[in-house]
Design a protein. Structure first.
Length: 365
């Protein structure tokens, strides 16, 4: 039996709002300097403490996390002993001050209901489906303390006595990036959340994304397999590592061509796994960054002519859709209480649809 706590800790950052990670994917350090670290947890080893590895020591003192996560935090320099970063094999001694330092302030606010319009695709007494617009942050985090989807949900469900927006046992089951549009499922009850979390954990959900990417594909369909983990050169980006390696997490993206526009291609992506920035990182790795995706280099002219008119066309395209051209189009799962298979679709967001039409007109005349 897999309980909700295990699911919460083991599903990837792109799948769930992780209690060990209190921010959105889009949080970034201040420009012009090194990332500032903030103290999140502090534990002082008592006078009778026998020498023990710091990862085991923290496992005994921190709730809602795993040893694997603690070890990764140590690798990233986020675990300190007496003010200095240590690795996970550091032996804690009596009197040591062990701190968990993260690159964003500790969350010390409550989620306040805010009257923000929601595009609700479906709703019943157990769950609801939201069609999230691009530009909306899913969950409060560093620099985004209001105006998020979670704030909007708190308002929408303010009269439901079962729903507490500050209770992690209800609410968002997964997330998509701030500048990605499309479908998200929200659980109203702990039972619904446990059921839906389990489906994401075992990858039995059905998710299709539409993406406009740079470059032509020689085939009509294919599969990208490669571990995804934090880019060691840029912690705000993800990188692809060899399948089977100890770096990153196993990730599989299936794709097929929907429409060809010469320098760019409209593709459908089916997620077998759900890792942070999976489609964006996999597509960049294969030489096809998402159009206008600044973080992964898609905001540059990567294919096509070098004429002034073509450059102006691309510039106009990126003004039309000033974010990665990615939309979570379909979402399917088993209903938590009825057992019915449910599948939902959403129309491609208007800015991305206008972008596609602009390319279609250019190619077809």
């Amino acid at each position: 039996m897999v309980n909700q706590d295990e699911l919460w800790n083991e599903i990837d950052d792109s799948e769930l709002i992780d209690p060990f990670s209190e921010t959105s994917d889009d949080a970034s350090p201040e420009e012009g300097g090194e990332t500032e670290l903030y103290e999140h947890r502090r534990v002082v080893a008592d006078s009778g403490q026998n020498p023990v590895r710091v990862d085991k020591f923290l496992m005994d003192h921190l709730r809602d996390t795993s040893r694997n996560r603690i070890q990764k935090a140590a690798e990233a320099g986020y675990i300190q002993a007496n003010g200095k970063p240590v690795k996970s094999n550091y032996k804690v001694k009596a009197g040591d001050i062990i701190t968990l330092m993260l690159d964003r302030p500790k969350r010390d606010w409550e989620i306040i209901p805010e009257e923000i319009p929601l595009d609700i695709v479906y709703e019943d007494d157990q769950l609801l489906l939201i069609n999230k617009p691009a530009g909306m942050v899913v969950h409060p985090g560093c620099g985004n303390f209001s105006g998020t989807l979670v704030n909007a949900l708190a308002w929408h469900l303010k009269d439901d006595p079962r729903y507490d927006p500050n209770d992690p046992e209800v609410g968002l089951v997964h997330r998509i990036d701030k500048d990605t549009s499309g479908l998200l499922v929200v659980a109203k009850t702990p039972e619904a959340k446990t059921s839906l979390c389990k489906q994401f954990f075992y990858h039995t959900t059905r998710r299709l994304y539409n993406a406009l990417v740079w470059g032509p594909f020689p085939q009509d369909e294919g599969t990208i397999i490669g571990n995804i983990g934090r880019d060691p050169k840029d912690r705000l980006s993800m990188a692809v590592f060899p399948e089977g390696s100890e770096v990153g997490k196993h990730a599989v993206t299936h794709w097929r061509v929907l429409e060809r526009f010469g320098p760019v291609t409209l593709v459908e992506c089916r997620l077998e796994t759900g890792r942070t920035h999976q489609i964006r990182a996999h597509m960049k790795h294969t030489g096809h960054p998402l159009f206008a995706d600044e973080r992964y280099g898609g905001d540059q002219i990567l294919r096509g002519e070098q004429t002034a008119s073509y450059k102006a066309f691309i510039r106009n395209c990126m003004e039309l859709c000033p974010r990665q051209a990615l939309h979570a189009k379909t979402l399917g799962f088993t209903h938590p209480t009825t057992g019915k298979e449910m599948d939902f679709q959403s129309e491609i967001a208007s800015d991305m649809q206008a972008l596609i039409e602009k390319w279609r007109k250019k190619v077809n005349g």
